[in-house]
Design a protein around this ligand. Structure first.
Ligand code: GUN
Ligand code: FE
Length: 487
């Protein structure tokens, strides 16, 4: 049995509006699950916290005498660093990774045809698919995403390559093949029939079960979006979703992202009273459904989405880039809809969930200024809740990940920044600017643009990380207790 202790500062969301900041804590992790958490001030004193690690553990009643030393790890969190739950990306197209930043002035429907479908279709080349997916998943992990809900492409083979990559790199997540058989799709990039769409979707879900027997990586039913799918395909996928209820099979799709898209859905499905109702009529709105964007939902649609228990993936980076609109996220939260964050690359231009989190803050200020009022603003605490606990709820993983609690998986990131030297003329100051810092006993090139001066409170440090942090501030990443990225 492997066992690890983490000693130092940890921070996580307790509620939507509150972070728990534990300046000194001791967390015991065994077989990837948090076994115990002890906090200075509750379980031990400040002077205990200065004891050498073994002495502290002994004082706290951890008898490790029988533990094989080679399987016991003790990690002391350095100064200006803290443990934080891994970030959760509830909506990401791995297949679009090479197109980050390439969107010009297009909006959704033009963007799909001009940039997105050609790239996705080209990933039927397995070597290209593997190269793209590997880079995407590695970047996602390095930015601190421990769980991701991926879209691959229409091709089952290419989708299964993504599954292999996610499993191989140790991320937790979901991998979906895009079902899409309608005339909206170019002839060279679509499913041959509704039956083929259903069969390939099932095959990809089954492939995941074989590729990862632990269930860390799972298949997910993925009708690309209503305009891409025939009625029969939507019905087939609704049936698959119902059949998968017991095993907790999830579904993901896009909804009401862009006004032209909403109009198109009205024309394509005149028998349905709304976009949400198109999905509902085909059994696709469930408590296991993740709806990306949801920018232009009507009040009736919000009520329907809420009553079915669906989650919403808020993708503000993408919504800004493609000019889709500003989601009034406060309203969804007030109505009791589950909300998490999505990078939605390459609609979004950054694979970092932190970018989505700060964009959620900024967009909410625009929404507030636009007439929805001060209370619409999203705070630092709320953005970080959305990036962790909110995402976990949306993906049905709220008991497993998103917080630091006994019984939860050790899906955690080590966040840190470097302190500006006291002497700006010295050698250390230049080293720091160049990202060469003393870290864990050696000089490493990590750096980052978050500068701690040493006088900030932990709340201030967290805010500085949220708004200026990038992958350089994520200094280790664990998923299920395994170190999957270390710098
Ligand atoms: N709607 C249908 N497909 C897509 C996609 O790939 N990205 C985004 N943002 N919206 C979509
Ligand atoms: Fe998307």
């Amino acid at each position: 049995m492997s066992k690890a202790y983490y000693i130092g500062t940890f921070i996580h969301s307790l509620t939507l509006t509150t972070l728990e900041i534990v300046e000194h804590g001791t967390i015991c992790v065994s077989n990837g699950i948090i076994q115990s958490i002890q906090r200075m001030g509750e379980d031990y004193t400040e002077s205990d916290s200065t004891l050498p690690p073994f002495a502290l553990l002994q004082k706290l009643g951890h008898d490790n005498n029988n533990n094989n030393a080679s399987q016991l790890t003790i990690r002391v969190i350095p100064k200006n660093h803290f443990l934080f739950p891994g970030l959760i990306d509830t909506h990401i197209h791995a297949s679009q990774y090479p197109n980050l930043g390439i969107f010009g002035k297009t909006t959704l429907l033009e963007w799909l045809n001009k940039y997105t479908f050609p790239l996705e279709a080209s990933l039927t080349d397995p070597a290209k698919a593997k190269r793209v997916y590997t880079q995407c998943v590695q970047r996602s992990l390095r930015n601190g995403t421990t769980t991701a809900a991926y879209y691959a492409t229409q091709s089952a083979r290419s989708t299964n390559i993504l599954t292999d990559v996610v499993v191989g790199l140790g991320q937790r997540g979901f991998v979906g093949r895009c079902a899409m058989d309608s005339d909206l799709q170019p002839k060279w990039y679509r499913d041959a029939s509704p039956e083929a769409a259903a069969k390939d979707t099932s095959a990809c879900v089954e492939y995941c079960k074989e590729a990862d027997r632990s269930g860390r990586v799972r298949g997910i039913v993925t009708p690309r979006f209503a305009p891409s799918c025939s009625r029969d395909t939507l019905s087939h996928l609704g049936r698959l979703l119902a059949e998968g209820e017991e095993e907790g099979l999830l579904c993901q799709t896009h909804i009401s992202e862009n006004k032209n898209e909403v109009e198109l859905v009205k024309q394509l499905f005149p028998e349905c009273s709304s976009y949400a109702q198109v999905y509902d009529a085909h059994g696709l709105l469930t408590s296991r459904t993740v709806l990306a964007h949801a920018v232009h939902l009507t009040e009736e649609e919000i009520a329907l989405v809420r009553s079915r228990g669906c989650g919403v993936s808020h993708c503000p980076t993408s919504n800004m880039a493609l000019g889709s609109g500003n989601l009034w996220v406060r309203h969804l939260l007030d109505k009791g809809v589950k909300v998490g964050l999505g990078t939605d690359i390459s609609g979004g231009y950054d694979v970092n969930v932190l970018e989505a989190a700060r964009m959620a803050c900024l967009v909410s200020r625009g929404v507030a200024e636009g007439g929805k009022g001060e209370e619409s603003k999203i705070s630092v605490e709320e953005a970080l809740w959305l990036a962790t606990r909110g995402g976990a709820e949306v993906l049905g993983l709220e008991r497993k990940v998103g917080g630091l609690e006994v019984g939860m998986a050790w899906d955690v990131i080590l966040v840190g920044a470097d302190q500006v030297p006291a002497d700006q003329d010295g050698e250390d100051a230049e080293k720091m600017l160049n990202g060469v810092v003393h870290h864990e006993g050696k000089h490493t090139k990590i750096g980052g643009k978050v500068d701690f001066f040493g006088w900030e409170s932990w709340e201030e440090k967290v805010a500085k990380w949220l708004f200026s942090g990038d992958d350089r501030n994520v200094r280790a990443v664990w998923v299920g207790g395994e170190l999957v990225c270390r710098k």
